[in-house]
Design a protein around this ligand. Sequence first.
Ligand code: NOJ
Length: 748
Amino acid sequence: MRTIYAFLLGIIMVFAIGCEKEKKVSNQLEYNIEELLSKMTLEEKIGQLNLRGTSSRAKTLSEELKQKVREGKVGALLNVMNKEYVDELQRIAVEESPNKIPLIFSRDVIHGFKTIFPIPLGMAASWDEEVAKNSSRVAAIEASSFGIRWTFAPMLDIAKDARWGRIAESPGEDPYLASQLARAYVEGFQGDSLSDPTSLIACAKHFIGYGAAIGGRDYNTAIISKEQLHNTYLPPFESAFKAGAQTVMTSFNEVNGIPASGDKELLTNILRKRLKFDGFVVSDWNSVTEMVAHGYAEDEKQAAEKAIDAGLNMEMTSKSYEDNAKELLKENKLSINQIDNMVRDILRVKFRMGLFKTPYRNKNKDVEIYSSKHLELAKEAAIKSSVLLKNENNVLPLNKKTKVLIVGPLANKPREQLGTWTFDGDKEHTVTPVASFEKNNANFEFIEGLTYSRDTNKKYFKEVLTKASNADVVLFIGGEEAILSGEAHSRANINLPGAQEELIKELAKIKKPVILIIMAGRPITLQNIKSKVDVILMTWHPGTMGGDAIYDILFGIKEPKGRLPITWPKVAGQLPLYYNHKNTGRPASSKEYVHIDSIPIGAWQSSLGNTSHYLDVGYEPEYPFGFGLGYTSFEYSNLKLSTTSLTDDNNIIASIDITNTGERAGEELVQLYIQDVAGNITRPVKELKGYKRISLKSKEKQKVTFEITVDDLKYYNNELKYGVEKGKFNIWIGANSASKVKEKFVYE
Ligand code: NOJ
C-alpha cells in the first residue's frame, strides 16, 4: 500500500514540478514581452503591426525599405526571396533598429517550397496524416534555408463548390478529415520546436468561411449559420490551434454581413476566448482596407479602427494602421492598451521562435534542396493522392510490353503539373509522365495533340488518330493548366477545357482501350466522356514527382491509394454538393425520381415525384465522397456492435470483417460514418467519424474495429451548446460515404 502511495505522490510531484516549470517559462516569456514593450515608442509599436509586401523579383534592396526597418517600422516582410537581402534586412533590424526586434520573413509555402507535393486537395485525397506532415516538414526545411520562417499555410477552408478555384488549396468538404490534416500540417511546418531554425510558423487560413463563397465565385459573400460555423467551418482551425499554430489569417470575405477582418465576435470572442488562441492574427492581402469596398468602413482610417478593435494584430500589405493608428489614439477611438495588446501577441510569437537569440536564416550546409529523401516523399504523396475512379476490364495495371500512345496537353508540362501556388518549384527538377516513360525505357510514343489545356486547334488530331491505331492502349493526360485553379480562378463550367473532350471522343472510335489521367485543381465533370474511356485516374496537380508516381501506378509497381476528399459532381449545376447534407422533409429517392425525358407531355403538376432532386441529373453525384479504387476488390461483411446502447461510461466497439476478394494484395481505407437521427437542430444524413487503412493479401480477411464514444456524437446545437442528446443513431462502415452496410444504436 505504502509503495502505491509513494508512487502516486511521486507522479503528483513530477506533474506539479512540470506545471511550475511551464508557468515559469510562460512567466519569463510574458516578463520579456513587458520589458521590451515598456521601451518601445508608439511608432515602433505600430511598426510591429506592419507586414510589408515586397516583390520576390526585386533586383535591388530599396533604401526606403532599409530605412523603415532601421526605424523599427516593420514587423514582418513578405516575399523577400534574395538570401542576401534577407540577411541584410535582418542585420539592420537586430543591430540598428531602436530595440533590435527581429523581423519575420514570410512566404506562401503551400504544398512544398522547391520540392513540390500534390496540391492540398490532392494531399487530402491521401487521407494520410503522416504524408501531410512529411510534406510540410520538407517544405519547412527547404524554405527556412532561404530565411523564410513563416508560411501562410495550411489553408483550412471547407469547400463544397468545385467551381471555386481555391478548392485546389483546400482540404475538401469534410471537417473531420480536414481537422486530422490540419494537425499534421502544423506539426510538420512547426517541427519539434518553434525555435528550431528549420521551423516555419504556420498560419491557419482563411478565418473564416472563405470556401463558402456564393456561387463559387472567389472573394464572394458567405452566409453561414452560427451552428454551421461551429460544426463545419471552425473545427479544422480548432485542430490547428490545438496543434500549436502560431498565426491565423482573416479571410477576404464577409460572413453574414461582417468582413472577417473587422469581426470582433470572430476575432475576440470566438478566437481568443473560446479557442484560447494566443498567437497573432494577420489580415489577408489588403483585406483591412478592402472593408471600404465591402461597405463596412467609410475610409481606410475607419477600416483600421474596426480591424484593431476587432483584434486583428498585423496588417498585410495595406498601410491603414501605419497611416492612422496615431490619430485614432489621439481621437480616443482606440486605446494604447489595445495597441499594446496587438504588439504583445506578435512579440510573444517572435520570442517563441527564438528570433531574439537566432535571428538569422538557417545556413546549415546539410540542407539539400530536392534531396533524394524529399523527392521520394513527394513521389509517395503523389501515389497516395491519386484516385482511381474507373478501371473497366482491369485495363490497369499495364504490362511493360504494352505499346502505349501518350497524348494530351499535360503529358509533358513540368510547370503545369506543379499546380497553383508554386512560386519556387523549378520545372527543371520536375518529372513529367513522358520523362518517366523515357527514363524507364517503356514501349511508347508521344504526341501532344493539343498544346495546352484550353487549346481548340484540331490540326494534330489526324496524326494522333493514326498513331493511336498503331498502339495497344491510348494514354490521354489532360485536365487543367495550373493557372485555371487557385486564387481568383473560379470556373462556371468545370469540364475538360478546350478541345480535349473532342479529341477523347475521336480516340474512343479507334476501339483501343483509353486511359484518361486528369491533372487538375478540382473535380472535372465527365458526363460527355465517361463512357468513352476505360480508365479514369485523378492525379490532381501531382507536383515535382508526378511523372514517376504515375508511371509506377500505370505499371502496377504501386497501387493508386487516394480516396475522394470531396463529392464529385456530374455537372456544375449540382454545386454546391456534399455528402454530409441535411435530409429535407422530402429526401430524394430512386422510387420517386422522374427523369426529365420520361415526363409525359402535359403532365399534371403533382405527378413528378415531389422530392429533392434535379429532373435532368437526379440527386446522386458522379462519385461519392470517400470513393476510390485500388487494384483489388474488398468485401465488407458482419458489421457488429458490442452493444446497441451507448452510455457515458460504456463505449461501443463496432467491428466489421473485410476480405480481399481479388488476386492481388492491396490496401483499403475503411471509413466510419454516423448519423444522429434527430437533434435539437436537424443533423446531417451522415458524418465521417473515423477511418483506418489496412493491407490485405489476396483472399485474406481481417476484422477492423472502431471505438465509438459519446464525444464522437457531440455537436453545437441551436443555442451553441456543445453536447449530445439521448436518442437514436445510425452507423455505417464501408469503402466510401455511399456504403449501405448499416447498424443502429441508441445513446441513453
Ligand atoms: C492572398 C491569399 O488569399 C492568401 O492566401 C495569401 O497567403 C496572401 N495573398 C499572401 O500571398
